[in-house]
Design a binder for this molecule. Structure first.
Ligand code: PHE
Ligand code: ZN
Length: 850
């Protein structure tokens, strides 16, 4: 093992660093296998620290020389860093190290992607660039000189000088090392400008490899919209002369908010109608916004330590969701976010990887960039806003920016701001940050003599390391509908703070139908035994668009579950109810498209498991297929009309209106394919002139067991576009039928274009494999084995991406003994691999459980 005993880091052990950093000067002499990094750093003893041991992080560095105040020193170097005797007064530290960017396949620190130098420092990558106190509470200004022959050489902040073979940058805003970035390569820019509200002129650039210049315009528009929105909504302006975005092909995550120099996975910034789907466009717009918004929530105010990660991520996800809701459709965005939360965060929160939004310990911080920290973290901000109200939220945020600008802050600081701005005691709310697990809220009702009583009971199942839970503050948005469907009580926020609590509504002429958890006002699982008639009633009458959609969703879930467990027939209430909604052409097509969606198969497995039934993935798959077929037959008269209505004749725009219509077009095409065997899909594939239509038609054909010729044609058409080829790989695996999923994936790994060291390509195949529920969980275990084999192969090359993909196994305890044995064997096999990374060791240990 690389780490004989991997150390666990605890939140409670936090102590400040013994020194402050006043200034950092870095010089890079670029060379693919031997880049020299010279640092000159001014340190002063930190009066707030008790321990003045001079320890600098440093990993995989070759120390060439070091000096203090110009005098050579010989530090004590280990594989984690160095210690050295230092004066008890301010001093200048200098060090020269050598690193190997071309040999860096982990994509952390300074590495190369397609001949271009780039960096990734969050969370702890800077220590692979030079010796430094690599922790977010150590902040400094940076001055950077890059010596190299590349046409474009970028770093954070503003350019100060450049000439033949060099470029200099200065970032006047103190920042932690994780926000450092450097890029050098023969790049081309897509330039623009932006004038801030106070009149500051900012130069904007998106830098790409030659050939990609035509895919920048959309990202640039998204950036300008984000800049305007943050000024309008949060009063936040940009604070440098330039804002650079760079697209790189080899990147572990989506994108990174380095100060003034955001680095993006090319899949999250490059877009064109021919090569990107509507979903790609929406995602790109959101990620550009997200990284831009980090400039204030993350950079100007950063995190004291990595346990506070949700301070920047939860808030920034919340802000980007608000932005998308404003740019597009609020209910559609909310529904999509909840689908994602239930699909990714709930399984995490209800399995062996469950952890609090603010974890209290970790072995490898990279393993905590999770749906819980990000998405549940964002839900906590949303709940706070609901509880205090919009105005108080705005006031609290102003105070936050005011009070903490320039700080490395904590969740305590964040909550204090809300307490001070609103006078509210948030000590119970704070449990949301420390208690893991998805709360269940059980509902019971009573009606007598004009008074309606709602009893809510909360409980949270035990999670690893947390056997008992305390009641949390749960804002439950509730409205009531009268027998004729009119709203008889407007949305009211019930604050559930006790384990069990009763709320009453007076003056009701008849027993109402409650619409509970409107807008998904809290990240909980609602347990409410209602009749399907009641759900169907909400599906046709609820004034809350989220709950109206969710009524359809729960009807679908209910019918699927009874189809699976009792072999029941598809429910007429569901089929009729959805059809009625689909007929209503006053409703947004995007919303109607969402109504046609079914709960994911993994979500159904979770629901079965929760209800005490062992899920059978094959049975879940069959029931889903049967319901789809029933839906197609039930709606056969309506489908052609709907599909026709959804057609867009105007020139392609990736906006909410057109993409909503195409979403409905795609959902209806997939049902029509079940009736016509693919005739319409083939015709539409042939005339598709944008990627959304092309991919949706191709998907229908593959699902119908056809499309072989189209798949080949698609490959021939797009073989030079790596982002489209990622889709080609992914689609085949995600749509393969369960019997063949593993074989399809395995065959694709033999393809000449399966460049497994590229995270996007690896994820295209194996992310899709893990998402194909019935295929991945095929009783033979071949998919488990295939994934394990490739994880073992990838780990020495890229532990971070390998570790993330291990979560495919996190739900293993839900399944039958046979599958558990098969998965357990693969987990054992991974665990037994010599030299397994710390990242994967931690993941497998947690997944296997104590
Ligand atoms: N901080 C990045 C974001 O959410 C994510 C990221 C984490 C990227 C770690 C790279 C490495 O915006
Ligand atoms: Zn982020």
């Amino acid at each position: 093992m690389r780490d004989a005993a991997p150390t666990t880091i605890y939140l409670k052990d936090y102590t400040p660093f013994g020194f402050t950093v006043d200034d950092v000067h870095l010089t890079f002499d670029l060379s693919p296998n031997a880049t020299r990094v010279t640092s000159r750093i001014t340190f002063s003893p930190n009066p707030d620290a008790a321990d003045h041991t001079f320890f600098l992080h440093g990993e995989e560095l070759k120390l060439i020389r070091a000096s203090i105040d110009g005098q050579p020193v010989l530090p004590n170097v280990t594989d984690k860093g160095l210690t050295c005797d230092v004066p008890n007064a301010p001093f200048v530290w200098e060090a020269e190290v050598e690193v190997d960017p071309a040999g860096n396949t982990a994509l952390e620190g300074l590495y190369m992607s397609n001949g271009m130098y780039c960096t990734q420092c969050e969370a702890e990558g800077f220590r692979k660039i030079t010796y430094y106190p690599d922790r977010p509470d150590v902040m400094s200004t940076f001055t950077v000189r890059i010596n190299g022959t590349e046409k474009v050489m970028l770093s954070n902040g503003n350019p100060t000088d450049q000439g033949d073979g060099f470029a200099e940058w200065h970032d006047p805003w103190p920042k932690p090392a994780y926000l450092f970035a450097l890029v050098a390569g023969d790049l081309i820019n897509h330039p623009d400008r932006f004038t801030t509200k106070s009149g500051k002129d900012v130069e904007l650039n998106i830098w790409v490899r030659p050939g990609d210049e035509g895919k920048c315009a959309f990202g640039m528009e998204a950036l300008k919209k984000s800049m305007t929105w943050d000024e309008d909504v949060y009063g936040r302006e940009y604070d440098l002369d330039v804002f650079n975005i760079v697209a790189v092909d080899d990147f572990n995550m989506g994108a990174m908010e380095n100060k003034g120099l955001n680095i993006f996975n090319s899949s999250c910034v490059l877009a064109s109608p021919e090569t990107s789907t509507d979903d790609n466009f929406e995602r790109i717009e959101a990620i550009i916004a997200h990284e831009y918004f980090h400039n204030w929530t993350g950079n100007r105010i950063t995190c004291r330590d990595w346990f506070q990660l949700c301070l920047k991520e939860g808030l920034t996800v919340f802000r980007d969701a608000q932005f998308t809701a404003d740019m597009r459709s609020e209910p559609v965005k909310r529904i999509r976010d909840v689908i994602d939360l239930r699909g990714r965060q709930f399984p995490e929160d209800n399995g062996p990887l469950s952890h609090p939004v603010r974890p209290e310990s970790f072995v490898e911080i990279n393993n905590f960039y999770t749906a819980t920290v990000y998405e549940k973290g964002a839900e906590l901000i949303g709940m706070l806003k609901t509880l205090v109200g919009d105005e108080a939220y705005a006031k609290a945020l102003d105070l936050y920016f005011d009070r903490h600008d320039g700080d490395a802050a904590t969740i305590e600081d964040w909550l204090q701001v809300f307490a001070d701005a609103t006078g509210r005691d948030l000590s119970q709310f704070k449990r949301w940050y420390s208690q893991a697990g998805t709360p269940r809220v059980a509902v019971s009702e009573d009606y007598s003599e004009g008074t309606y009583t709602l009893t809510l009971k909360q409980s949270t199942p035990a999670t690893p390391g947390q056997d008992t839970k305390q009641p949390q503050v749960i804002p439950v948005a509730v409205g009531l509908l009268g027998p004729n469907g009119d709203e008889v009580a407007e949305t009211r926020i019930l604050e559930l703070t006790e384990a069990e609590q009763t709320f009453t509504f007076d003056g009701l002429a008849a027993k109402p139908t409650p619409s509970i958890l409107r807008g998904f006002s809290a990240p909980v699982i609602l347990e409410h035994d209602t009749s399907s008639a009641q759900r169907a009633f909400l599906l046709s009458h609820d004034t809350d668009p989220f709950n109206r959609w969710d009524a359809g969703r729960s009807l679908a879930r209910e019918t699927l579950l009874t189809m699976i467990t009792d072999g029941a027939a598809p429910s007429g209430a569901y089929l009729d109810g959805v059809q009625a909604v689909l007929r209503d052409d006053t409703l947004d097509p995007a919303y109607r498209a969402l109504m046609l969606g079914l709960p994911g198969q993994s979500e159904l497995a979770a629901a079965l498991h929760d209800g005490g039934t062992t899920p059978d993935p094959q049975a879940i798959w069959s029931a889903t297929e049967t319901l789809r077929q029933a839906q197609a037959q039930h709606m056969q008269d309506l489908l052609p009309r709907l599909h026709g209505e959804a057609q867009v004749s105007a020139p392609y725009l990736p906006d909410a209106d057109q993409s909503g219509r195409r979403a409905l077009g795609s959902a209806t095409l997939s049902l029509i394919t079940r009736l016509d065997g693919g005739a319409l899909a083939a015709a539409e594939y042939a005339k598709a002139d944008n990627m959304t239509l092309q991919l949706s038609a191709l998907g229908c054909l593959i699902r119908a067991g056809k499309g072989e010729a189209e798949l080949q044609a698609f490959y021939d058409q797009w073989k030079d576009d790596r982002l489209v080829i990622d889709k080609w790989f992914g689609l085949q695996v995600s749509l393969a039928d369960p019997e063949h999923t593993a074989t399809v994936a395995q065959t694709l790994t033999q393809h000449a274009d399966f460049n497994w060291k590229n995270p996007n390509r690896f994820r295209a195949v194996f992310g899709a494999l893990a998402m194909n529920h019935a295929g991945f969980h095929h009783a033979s275990g071949t998919a488990y084995e295939l994934l394990a084999e490739w994880l073992i192969q990838l780990d020495p090359v890229n532990p971070q991406t390998t570790a993330r993909m291990c979560s495919a196994f996190q739900t293993w305890r839900r399944y039958d003994e046979g599958r558990q044995t098969l998965i357990g064997a693969q987990l054992d096999r991974i665990a037994a691999t010599p030299q397994l990374s710390r990242d994967v060791t931690e993941m497998i240990t947690r997944i296997r459980g104590a």
